[in-house]
Design a protein around this ligand. Structure first.
Ligand SMILES: Cc1cc2nc3c(=O)[nH]c(=O)nc-3n(C[C@H](O)[C@H](O)[C@H](O)COP(=O)(O)O)c2cc1C
Length: 171
């Protein structure tokens, strides 16, 4: 074992394959949205999820105030969306102009069309997580697409890819 230098830590964590989400909120009438892979479910009763948000991200300032947010779980063909919403310093105004989306019914947060599912949350608790904040959300609502899509967008070793088709898998 070697002590965790930032490069080694990054390299090790890049071997953990994850799904990719867009987290979103509305602050001062402006849609904030950011690519996030540090998303997971936490609790079934009550239904809780979490996302880890970089303290230096503009999204951090927004979610800390609004405490209402949405999550879109991206599908395999949405790598361009993920790339764009991970671009540091992109102009916030109009950042979703070329991404089909709609406001969530419960939070108004932008939900990306074509995603595998959508979740709307209110912040349950925020915990310090070093240079990130662990934002735990109580799930207010869930939506699944009418037409089931099966392949998630995945992120592994700094590259986007798909996953095996699991159309016949259990829910
Ligand atoms: C695949 C991928 C996953 C990411 N996951 C997270 C994450 O979970 N949390 C986070 O704070 N930033 C994450 N980022 C980085 C943010 O998307 C990026 O820093 C943010 O969009 C910068 O926006 P800003 O300039 O508005 O701060 C991820 C980036 C990529 C490419």
């Amino acid at each position: 074992m070697t002590s965790a230098s930032p490069d080694l830590f990054r390299s090790a964590m890049s071997r953990y394959a994850s799904g990719v989400t867009v987290v979103s909120t509305v602050h001062d009438d402006l849609d904030h949205a950011m690519t996030a892979s540090a998303f997971t479910s936490v609790s079934l009763d009550p239904p809780l999820v979490l996302v880890c948000v970089d303290k230096t991200a503009r999204f951090h300032q927004a979610i800390a105030v609004t405490r209402r947010w949405g999550v879109s779980v991206l599908a395999e063909d949405q790598a361009d969306v993920a790339r764009w919403l991970a671009t540091r310093g992109r102009k916030l105004e109009g950042q979703l102009d070329h991404i089909p989306h709609r406001p969530g019914a419960l939070t108004g947060s932008a939900l990306v069309e074509g995603a595998l599912c959508w979740v709307e949350c209110r912040t349950w608790e925020m915990y310090d997580g070093g240079d990130h904040t662990i934002v735990v959300g109580q799930v207010l609502g869930i939506e699944l697409p009418e037409k089931e899509r099966s392949r998630p967008l995945m992120y592994f070793r700094a590259a986007y890819g798909g996953a095996p088709d699991v159309t016949n898998g259990p829910d």
